[in-house]
Design a protein around this ligand. Structure first.
Ligand code: HEM
Length: 371
């Protein structure tokens, strides 16, 4: 359970933290209304809580998630042409092959770290494949990205991480240059064919893909694995075939994208308090998904519940572009796991670790033994 979120919803639905410089909304009704009102709550400073990543510069590395209409509309439409439902559905055999590879290699040893060896690898490899990184280079991209996710105790990115990010940007530029010379049938080739998109627009988008689509999907897989272990009755249902329900309840219960920041565009009264224009407002999706007025007994992990109103992928104009891809990856990985891990598994509680990062959080180590 998230006792702090429950207290916020009950006693401080508008919470102010002057020290860290943000306001927070935590009730379902407020968070979902705020996500859909992009004229009141602008994305032009990006969605990150980290003050270093929040500001007008956010678009240089986060592309259109840090833009408002009409620019956002134009850019998202251009990018979506390379990210159609047909293209996503066509990825299924490739995703299954990558998932099987990682799962078989791990399960063969009987004891493995689910978070590191399976959950962290599949989403990054799928994005690499989407971008056109050859299989021999996937581990290189994973290494660079892994270093970029190493935070110090205050939650800041380590210096090695920054260097890795720069290295990754150069690598992406080389792929863009190759596709300009010799286009293929892939996402980057579709993007370079669009005159409106510059190389830097495309690099920023590729960073957004990896930033928005890798760690989030990793945490979805790890949450499913962890909470099914903690709840044996639900695990039986999951392994009995309730794959979609397993995935959707894990997204609601342990929401990977916990919070999203916005900039307030005018002075606004909430709960009798005047919040000034340009304030940073923190929208707590993780809390909204546990709101008792929408989800009865919200702290119970229950595959049988109705999760249709969960807002794990956001809402409104910035609704996750990769939602269908994340769900496809989730479904395939969980299907393959229920087949490969028989009859069951156990976790070593002393080795379980979670990240403390503000926006995206979840399990980073899950020592598993096949029983
Ligand atoms: C946007 C969550 C997977 C690409 C978002 C937003 C959320 C979210 C909450 C809204 C951000 C905002 O309103 O500012 C998730 C979760 C995922 C996931 C929980 C996995 C379980 C993916 C994947 C991709 C992706 C796999 C692509 C490979 C994007 C993009 C945006 C976005 C491009 C920006 C959309 C826009 O600003 O118009 N995601 N995401 N996401 N996501 Fe995801």
């Amino acid at each position: 359970p998230y006792p702090v979120y429950a207290r916020l919803r009950a006693r401080a639905p508008l919470y102010h933290n002057p020290e860290l410089g943000f306001w927070a909304l935590s009730r379902y009704a407020d968070v979902s209304a705020a996500l859909t009102d992009s004229s009141l709550l602008s994305s032009d400073h990006g969605p990150m809580l980290d003050p270093g990543a929040w500001g007008p510069h956010a678009r240089t590395f986060l592309s259109f998630v840090a833009m408002d209409p009409p620019e956002h509309t134009r850019m998202r439409a251009a990018i979506s042409r390379g990210f159609t439902p047909r293209r996503v559905a066509a990825l299924e055999p490739m995703i299954r092959q990558i998932a099987r590879g990682h799962i078989e290699r791990a399960v063969e040893r009987r004891t493995f770290d689910f978070a590191r060896e399976i959950a962290a690898r599949l989403p990054l490899d799928v994005i690499s494949e989407l971008v056109g990184v050859p299989p021999s280079e996937r581990a290189h991209v994973r290494g660079n990205f892994g270093a970029a996710l190493t935070y110090d105790p205050e939650g800041r990115m380590a210096e090695d991480g920054l260097r890795s990010i720069i290295g990754l940007g150069d690598y992406y530029r080389s792929i863009i240059a190759e596709r300009r010379k010799a286009p293929r049938d892939d996402l980057v080739s579709v993007l370079v064919a669009d005159d409106e998109l510059t190389d830097e627009d495309i690099v920023a988008f590729l960073f957004l893909l990896i930033g928005a689509g890798a760690e989030t999907t990793t945490h979805l897989l790890s949450a499913a694995w962890y909470w099914a272990w903690r709840n044996p009755g639900q695990r039986a249902a999951a392994f009995g075939g309730a794959i979609e329900e397993w995935m959707e309840e894990s997204l609601r219960y342990d929401t990977p994208a916990h919070g999203i920041a916005r900039r307030l565009t005018r002075d606004t009264d909430w709960y009798g308090v005047r919040v000034p224009k340009d304030s940073r407002v923190w929208l707590l999706i993780g809390s909204a998904n546990r709101d008792e007025t929408v989800f009865p007994a919200p702290d119970v992990y229950d595959l049988g519940r109705d999760t249709a109103r969960a807002i794990s992928f956001g809402s409104g104009r910035h609704y996750c572009l990769g939602g269908p891809l994340a769900r496809l990856e989730g479904r395939i990985a969980l299907e393959e796991l229920t087949r490969a891990v028989t009859p069951g598994y156990d976790l070593d509680p002393t080795g379980i670790r979670r990240t403390a990062h503000g926006n995206v959080r979840g399990m980073v180590s899950l020592p598993t033994t096949v029983t």
